[in-house]
Design a protein around this ligand. Structure first.
Ligand code: ADP
Ligand code: MN
Length: 496
């Protein structure tokens, strides 16, 4: 017998089976909860960025949105006062400096930290330039007396009774609580979205993948664009790819001084910030001399922004050469806004999806031949992902899109990329019945004018790689790339 007496039997005895079933129950419960309350709570239907359907799961975002809303109202009031102040007077005084919401381009300090000035091409490793803060910072206008605050706060507390009965407000109503307008509004917002959410739970669940693809930070960026009036509304998602999500939006009013006209319909390409998708893209950008100094120093988030930046610069070059492509509206971090190819929210079909008459097919082919030549010669670019997936048929012609991966021909793999593009184009049009279509080797020569003589693919590719190697050796020896591959004069450009 134990000298300290018999141990008391533990009060809760529990069999292994019980533990297991308890755990199982917990797991099931969790699973159910997850299904019922997906992490990203957003409204799937309708325009997804309006004042009403704001995701309330992020406090920071909610606060920022409320602040923006407040600033906008403040500015509206300011404008009214300005108007009243000036009346019909010939000399008017501008209240501009007192405004809180500034044109979208002049950014808040939060953004200045990691926002690079990228208006110049080729890229420079410059430090981001911080624009001096302008305007008036104080808040002289919103002085309220203590009395106002107390009365108003009590009123707000009482108004909580108007919330839906399911919404738990605790025993706040009975207490002498003073809720500030901001807190009250946030609560109201939350109460409404809770109401909608519980209503939705009983409907058939239909969650758009687009919502999940955009993180709160991106949504805030988009919201800012709408709030600044640059975009009217964001109507919905056009495409969700591995690396990007594309939205349609109606353009708003120009917000910057240089008065660039915003197209009536815009496409917003959001480069995904989930990094693993981009790993296989390293080879495009790592060897691009334009990024040589920058690549090693950058964190992955910035690398993704560079894709957006690259797309912007490449589109600009194409635009300048008169190649049909989307026109850049604005670049903001990893979000690129451009003109929409299509009409009334319907994007132009990809070449792979459209059934063209043999006449149009032939026309499209010659247009692409011409575009590839000008892309190479005038823009000094190789598309590097050219295929029937990235060509749209709109307005009786072909438009090139998706050029974030495009490189200069002297990129260490530039000619290989060009050859691949040529193969895609040749095969597509040969299969499509265009008898005039050159084969991939002929097309390659017609675009680059390198006149590689090999009559079979293996030798042809070997020669391409040899050329690339010459270029690489030059870089090793002289520390800079050759300006262009030697060719026999200018290629005869196919002219429509
Ligand atoms: P990804 O890298 O995901 O392929 P893309 O730039 O090709 O990105 O865009 C995906 C799809 O979105 C395109 O196939 C096209 O249907 C649509 N899209 C992209 N940009 C535009 C635009 N400016 N106008 C109309 N549709 C567009
Ligand atoms: Mn694409």
């Amino acid at each position: 017998q134990c000298p300290w007496g018999a141990p008391k039997p533990t009060s809760i005895s529990c069999s292994l089976a019980d533990v297991m079933s308890e755990q199982l129950a917990k797991e099931l419960q969790l699973e159910e909860e997850n299904a019922a309350f997906p992490e990203v709570v957003a409204v799937a239907e309708g325009p997804f960025i309006t004042g009403e359907n704001i995701d309330t799961s992020s406090d920071l975002m909610l606060a920022q949105m409320l602040q923006m809303e407040f600033d906008r109202e403040y500015d509206a009031q300011l404008r009214r006062e300005e108007k009243k102040f000036n009346g019909d007077s010939k000399v008017s005084i501008s209240f501009e400096n007192y405004r809180k919401v500034h044109p979208f381009d002049s950014d808040s300090s939060e953004d200045e930290v990691d926002w690079q000035d990228t208006r110049h091409d080729p890229y420079r490793a410059d430090k981001p330039t911080t624009t001096p803060k302008r305007g008036f910072i104080g808040k002289g206008k919103d002085i309220t007396t203590k009395h106002d605050e107390v009365v108003c706060g009590r009123k707000n507390t009482a108004r909580m009774e108007n919330f839906a009965p399911e919404f738990q407000v605790g025993d706040g109503i009975g207490m002498d609580l003073k809720l500030s307008n901001q807190v009250f509004n946030a609560l109201k917002q939350h109460a409404y979205s809770e109401e909608r959410r519980s209503a939705r739970l009983h409907e058939k669940k239909e969650h758009s993948t687009a919502e999940k693809a955009v993180d709160p930070k991106t949504r805030l960026l988009l919201y800012k664009m709408v709030n600044a009036g640059m975009l009217e509304t964001i109507t919905g998602c056009i495409s969700t790819g591995k690396e990007s999500v594309v939205f349609h939006a109606y353009g708003g009013k120009s917000t910057n001084e240089d008065d660039k006209v915003i197209p009536p319909e815009c496409a917003i390409k959001v480069f995904k910030t989930t990094l693993n998708e981009f790993k296989n893209r390293d080879k495009y950008i790592k060897d691009d001399y334009r990024f040589k100094d920058r690549f090693s120093k950058l964190n992955p988030r910035k690398i993704i922004r560079m894709w957006a930046e690259k797309e912007m610069h490449n589109l600009t070059r194409m635009q300048n050469a008169g190649i049909p492509c989307p026109q850049v509206v604005i670049l903001k971090k990893h979000v690129l806004v451009m003109s929409f190819i299509g009409q009334d929210q319907v994007p132009a079909p990809k070449l792979k999806d459209v059934k063209l008459s043999s006449e149009d097919m032939k026309k499209a082919y010659y247009q692409i031949l011409n575009m590839m030549q000008r892309l190479y010669k005038e823009c000094n670019l190789v598309h590097a992902d050219l295929s029937e997936y990235n060509m749209l048929w709109h307005d009786g012609k072909v438009w090139l899109i998706d050029v974030s991966q495009s490189v200069e021909p002297t990129h260490p793999h530039g000619l290989e990329f060009l050859f691949r593009d040529c193969r895609n184009v040749s095969q597509f049009f040969q299969k499509g019945g265009v008898t005039e279509a050159l084969n991939e080797r002929e097309l390659f020569n017609a675009v680059s004018n390198l006149n590689i003589a090999a009559d079979n693919e293996v030798d042809f590719q070997a020669e391409i790689e040899a050329l690339e190697k010459v270029n690489e050796d030059h870089v090793q020896k002289h520390g800079k790339k050759v300006s262009a591959f030697p060719s026999d004069g200018d290629p005869p450009i196919y002219d429509e």
